[in-house]
Design a protein around this ligand. Structure first.
Ligand code: NDP
Ligand code: 8X3
Length: 250
């Protein structure tokens, strides 16, 4: 039977590429994000391959998260695969001058948002004793780099929460894994640098960075393993990147 995947952050970057590859591989997809225009456009594109439903909400708004997910039409209501991908960095400042609104955004979206979405979906998975959750962490979940302080903190939290989910959901046979990419050329840096296009594009200059499709391919590989195989924790960087701060540029 066709499986259903709910993907947060499907309006851009890794989430969008993941929705595209899953739709082309016979998953029904539920596309989530705040920008309804982009959701509608992607729905149009992917309807050629599969059944698509869109859900516009801000992951920070716990009432909206629960209300939207609990009111899914029956055809989309059984979620087999949850991709917790929505998130961003906001700012890149030393801790002593960091912006409180940036800190709130990162903690509320990357950590609390991931928890709210999971809370809305885990009960149906435990009741059915099946499901697969993939949380998108980062190399920033594994190490800390200068000025990355709070973003790295949120991604370390995603790493810890993923491990906790795997432990607590083990009795229910639910697979939980985290994927931790290094630098991926998406809208990530535009958001981090608040629309400063030059600063954002400099991040990916002089080397061949990962693309959203590279991560989507891996996500598809992870969700298509036989049931007894759970890829629990996966770090992936471009060949040019050795760590958060070591990148071989031309
Ligand atoms: P993008 O900026 O391209 O995409 C971010 C996505 O998250 C968008 O679809 C956006 O949708 C969604 N999002 C952001 N805030 C909210 C919110 N408050 N409520 C709902 N959705 C939200 O970045 P990426 O694709 O690169 O990022 C995806 C994930 O990958 C993030 O968790 C990021 O931390 C992680 N990551 C990225 C790396 C990179 O170098 N790019 C490397 C390692 C990890 P909308 O604005 O429509 O709500
Ligand atoms: C995104 C990659 O290096 O900016 O998580 O932390 S990095």
């Amino acid at each position: 039977m066709k499986k259903t995947a709910l993907i947060t952050g499907a309006t851009s970057g890794i989430g969008k590429a993941t929705a595209q590859i899953l739709a082309r591989n016979n998953y029904k997809v539920i596309l989530c994000g705040r920008r309804q225009d982009r959701l509608t456009e992607l729905e149009k594109e992917l309807s050629e391959y599969t059944e698509v439903h869109t859900l516009a909400f801000d992951v920070r708004d716990k009432e909206a998260v629960l209300e939207r997910i609990n009111s899914l039409p029956e055809f989309f209501s059984v979620i087999d695969v949850l991709i917790n991908n929505a998130g961003n960095a906001h700012g890149l400042d030393p801790i002593q001058t960091g912006n409180l609104d940036d800190w709130d955004a990162m903690i509320d979206i990357n950590v609390k948002g991931l928890l709210y979405v999971s809370k809305a979906i885990i009960p149906q998975m435990t009741a059915r004793k099946s499901g697969h959750i993939i949380n998108i962490g980062s190399t920033a979940a594994k190490e800390v780099y200068p000025n990355g302080n709070v973003y790295c903190g949120t991604k370390h939290a995603v790493d810890a929460i993923s491990q906790g989910m795997r432990i607590d959901l083990n009795p229910f046979g639910i697979r939980v894994g985290a994927i931790h990419p290094g630098m991926v050329e998406t809208e990530f840096s535009q958001v981090r640098f608040k629309g400063d296009a030059d600063r954002a594009s400099n991040v990916y200059k002089g080397f061949d960075p990962l693309q959203a499709e590279d991560i989507a391919d891996i996500i598809h590989f992870v969700v298509s393993r036989p049931y007894h195989v759970n890829i629990a924790d996966l770090v992936v960087m471009s060949t040019a990147q050795a760590s958060s701060t070591i990148v071989k540029r031309d």
